[in-house]
Design a binder for this molecule. Sequence first.
Ligand SMILES: Cc1ncc(COP(=O)(O)O)c(C=O)c1O
Length: 455
Amino acid sequence: MKTIIEPFRIKVVEPIRLSTPDERRELLRKAAWNLFAVHADDVMIDLLTDSGTSAMSAEQWAAVMRGDESYAGSPAFYRFESAVRELMPFKHIIPTHQGRAAEAILFSIVGGPGRIIPSNTHFDTTRGNIEATGATAVDLVIAEAKDPENRHPFKGNMDLERLEELLRREAAAIPLVMLTVTNNAGGGQPVSLENIRAVANIAHRYGKPLFIDACRFAENAYFIKCREAGQATRSVPDIVRDMFAVADGMTMSAKKDAFANIGGWLAMHDDELADAARNRLILTEGFPTYGGLAGRDLEAIAVGLHEIVDEQYLRYRLRSNEYIGERLTALGIPIVKPVGGHAVFVDARRFLPHIAALQYPGQSLAVALYELGGIRSCEIGTVMFGLRPDGTEAPADMDLVRLAMPRRVYTQSHADYVVEVFEEVVRLRDRLPGFRITWQPRQLRHFTARFEPIG
Ligand SMILES: Cc1ncc(COP(=O)(O)O)c(C=O)c1O
């Protein structure tokens, strides 16, 4: 059979309120053209993020009911711990309320002024948590990652030469090496098993631990199975175990590849680091057998981890994004290629060349998708990255719009609808306006800035 069907049936539904372009024009005006200010029930297809937005399975909901809420030693913790350890065999597994809490604990211990933390590309909360301690976050992704047209199969790979060079020069300042799988900030691009092993090898030669930021580990493993020589006949759980066998620790947001709506963890082999992390955890999150979570959340994660490595699911997951990418490419819409694991990234600067970077082509496209079709996406460009600490503004490297796919939430007809809305956007592209910002905060302006269309 050619059609890859959604490998699930729908048991519980959430109605989508259908709205009209006229209604949405008014809603946009009220939200000052910032999609973060639009109420979620005024959105028809919400592609703002894949984080915490998964549909949980019947088994997960059943596990939620089993959740034991004992303060210490809940069986929910031990089920969670053994589900994590089955895939990622770390000695210490420390639950947190989400990924950034694991990062904050880790870097409060190993960060600090003068420290340097290299990665392929740090996600913004990772970078934020490193910089908050006074340390420096360095991105060392391969050069191919910066070219949207380059079809390198593992565009998330670390540049090994630059990593080695940094370690040679700055070893004393580097407490650990990180690797983000898949590389979210670089378009959800995977890292090869060969690269993970090579990074571990280099780090270990300098006596440094390797920590994996593992949010989308299952998508990464399935890319390895499909694209890396010698991996095609191996099971996804085996590939996952190989990815973590060479690592010394990990941070995780269970809001991605654990099908949970909240949760995360920090794991490592090192006893001393684990003691320090648990002390910090008790101060900021809670007792080590629940972290910042309820027992029911730990149960949902344990079941989610079992479900996420299912190959039928992963095949459907990667194919649904690739399908949207192929259809947009056929419409002549420039996207980041190849399509990543959790999202399609549209190159708005190339799509709307009549809008200058400082008039935010990404914002213009995101607003048009909402106005014409009720689709919420996310500008990842000059609005998000263009404001410097001194208050001046510069164009970001790229002006992208991210269509992030929640897991198991939307169907093929939703995907076809997204493509149809893009057809309409293509017809109107020359008339889409640039935007100006009428108010903005000093930091993270994309969440709350107010805009108005130019002309
Ligand atoms: C690669 C990566 N690391 C860390 C995080 C932070 O996780 P959380 O949102 O659970 O704090 C995210 C979230 O999007 C992410 O994509």
